[in-house]
Every structure is written in structure tokens, then in C-alpha cells.
Design a protein around this ligand. Structure first.
Ligand SMILES: Cc1cc2nc3c(=O)[nH]c(=O)nc-3n(C[C@H](O)[C@H](O)[C@H](O)COP(=O)(O)OP(=O)(O)OC[C@H]3O[C@@H](n4cnc5c(N)ncnc54)[C@H](O)[C@@H]3O)c2cc1C
Length: 249
């Protein structure tokens, strides 16, 4: 199939893609492909603010993942440009990608299998919940919408959403991983699946979960302040209480 390569502008490209792929879910990602766009991201990135702010949704993260994932920028280039002792936290995050890739080279499709037994003592269902994206929880519904329309989510939002699906909704991590890969513009079976396994506890010593205080802190309460379920928030408990409720330890 010969696809058109010249477009008047991005809207023209988006309209053409919608016409050619009518069954594709979500919208056209705001991430623009190619080296020039990657260069803009490289120019904008401020590694000095990274360590202190990276966990906040509005923190100084690079948003380079789609370009790294598709080989527009290499990890080595990013490391050479921004690495060094002062930016150790950023280097550490680049190292996670490298680590997951090395495991993938060794085990291939084994990334779809539990690397270790789960530590939660809980059993899981295979399907996404029927109200997925319409739970009434402003945070989770917004993350679902953002992922489906932009193809990108901040790392902390990925962690919260994955933990919610696996630990609160008791859905198998593979189902979540498959759904993420359908939407992420940086979707990568190594980083994605092994991160889901880290959340689920099949590739880590304990499950990752969070509470409302943690989510409010890193989002400046922007979801909780308007949430219709703020009086009935499943995350509004201490870690000890949540651990008892969620896991059979
Ligand atoms: C459930 C879940 C699924 C994920 N799926 C993917 C995926 O499919 N593809 C993907 O590239 N990343 C994935 N990540 C890792 C991480 O969320 C993204 O790499 C990061 O959010 C991309 O944003 P950024 O470029 O601004 O990252 P920055 O924080 O600016 O980091 C710079 C680069 O380092 C790498 N990196 C950073 N954090 C991680 C990490 N925890 N694991 C691996 N590499 C990292 C990425 O290449 C990233 O572009 C996932 C994380 C979770 C929790």
C-alpha cells in the first residue's frame, strides 16, 4: 500500500490518517515525529531541574521517550549531552531503559510472562473493567483520556494508573500492558511490560501502590479538587490500611 507522504499541514496529515485507518482508536498524537522535533525537545530540556521535580506532573521531564523509542535520538546521544555526575538522577532513568532492553534481548516474549511469583496473594481477571475510563475518579479517568488522545503519560501517572488497574481493580498486568501498548507513542514491550511487572510485584520484591496524599502532592490536588468521588475516594487511606485491604500478605 502506497501512503501519501506530502501534506499541506499537520491537520491535512491527521485527516488523511483518520480516513486511511478509520478503526484506529484515539486521536493523532500531538508529538510531532522526526529529528527537528526531537531537537526542540533536546533544546528545551533542563537537566538541572530534573531530579527535584521529575515526580510532579508538571515537573521538568524531557518527553524524549517517543524519539528514543523510535531511534530518532539514541540513549548515548542523550547521555553525552546531559549526563555527568551532577545529573545522576537523569542518568539513572536512562539506565532503566537500557536495563529493560538488555533483559528483553535475553528473554524476548518472556516479557509477557511473570518473571517471579506475585507477592500479593491475590488472583486477577483478564478483562478491562466495563467502566474503564468512566469510573468517576477524576484522576484515573483523566489519565485514561490523556493516554488515549495523546499517546503519552507522565511516568508517575503510568505508575498510579497501572497500580489502580492491577491492585484495586484486580486485572492481570498483561491486560493493562497490552492496552498501554495500543496507545503509547513510546510503546515498547521491554520498558512497558517490565514496568507493569514492577508495579504488579512479579519483577520486584513488593507491589507498588499509592494513596491519595501521594497523588495530591504530585498533582497539586488538581484532580481531587473537582472529583465527584472525593468523599468516596478508594485511595484516601493510610498505606497500612490499603495494604491490608488490597493484598493477602
Ligand atoms: C506502567 C509503565 C509503563 C511504561 N511504559 C513505557 C514504554 O512503553 N516506553 C517507554 O519508553 N517507557 C515506558 N515507561 C517508563 C517511563 O514512564 C517513560 O519512559 C517516561 O515517562 C517517558 O517520559 P520522558 O521521556 O519525559 O522521561 P524522562 O523522565 O525525561 O526520562 C528520560 C528517558 O529515560 C527513559 N526512562 C525514564 N524513566 C524510565 C523508566 N522508568 N523505565 C524505562 N525507561 C525510562 C526514557 O527513555 C525517557 O525518555 C513506563 C513506565 C510505567 C510505570
Amino acid at each position: 500500500m502506497n501512503l501519501r507522504r506530502d501534506f499541506e499541514d499537520r491537520d491535512d496529515l491527521a485527516a488523511y490518517l483518520r480516513e486511511q485507518f478509520p478503526y484506529a482508536e484515539g486521536g493523532v498524537s500531538p508529538f510531532v515525529g522526526g529529528r527537528a522535533a526531537a531537537e526542540e525537545h533536546l533544546q528545551k530540556f533542563d537537566p538541572a531541574r530534573y531530579a527535584a521535580t521529575r515526580n510532579f506532573l508538571d515537573g521538568a521531564v524531557s518527553r524524549l521517550s517517543p524519539y528514543i523509542r523510535h531511534g530518532v535520538v539514541t540513549l548515548r546521544e542523550v547521555l553525552e549531552r546531559f549526563g555527568g555526575r551532577r545529573h545522576y538522577k537523569f542518568v539513572q532513568e536512562l539506565a532503566w531503559r537500557d536495563y529493560w532492553q538488555r533483559i528483553y534481548q535475553e528473554i524476548g516474549d518472556g516479557v509477557w510472562e511473570d518473571r517471579e511469583p506475585s507477592k500479593t496473594g491475590v488472583s486477577y481477571t483478564a478483562d478491562l473493567p466495563i467502566n474503564w475510563g468512566r469510573t468517576g475518579l477524576a484522576c484515573m479517568d483523566s489519565f485514561v483520556e490523556e493516554l488515549e488522545t495523546t499517546g503519552y503519560l507522565h511516568n508517575h501517572a503510568r505508575m498510579w494508573l497501572a497500580a489502580y488497574l492491577v491492585h484495586w481493580r484486580r486485572v492481570a498486568w498483561q491486560t493493562g500492558a497490552r492496552w498501554f501498548l495500543r496507545h503509547l507513542v513510546d510503546g515498547d514491550p521491554a520498558s512497558n511490560n517490565l514496568s507493569w511487572q514492577w508495579v504488579a510485584s512479579t519483577f520486584s520484591g513488593k507491589p507498588y501502590f499509592f494513596n491519595r496524599e501521594n497523588l495530591e502532592r504530585y498533582t497539586a490536588s488538581k484532580y481531587c479538587s473537582t472529583c465527584s468521588r472525593k468523599q468516596d475516594c478508594p485511595f484516601d487511606k493510610s498505606y497500612a490500611a490499603l495494604s491490608q485491604e488490597l493484598f493477602q500478605l
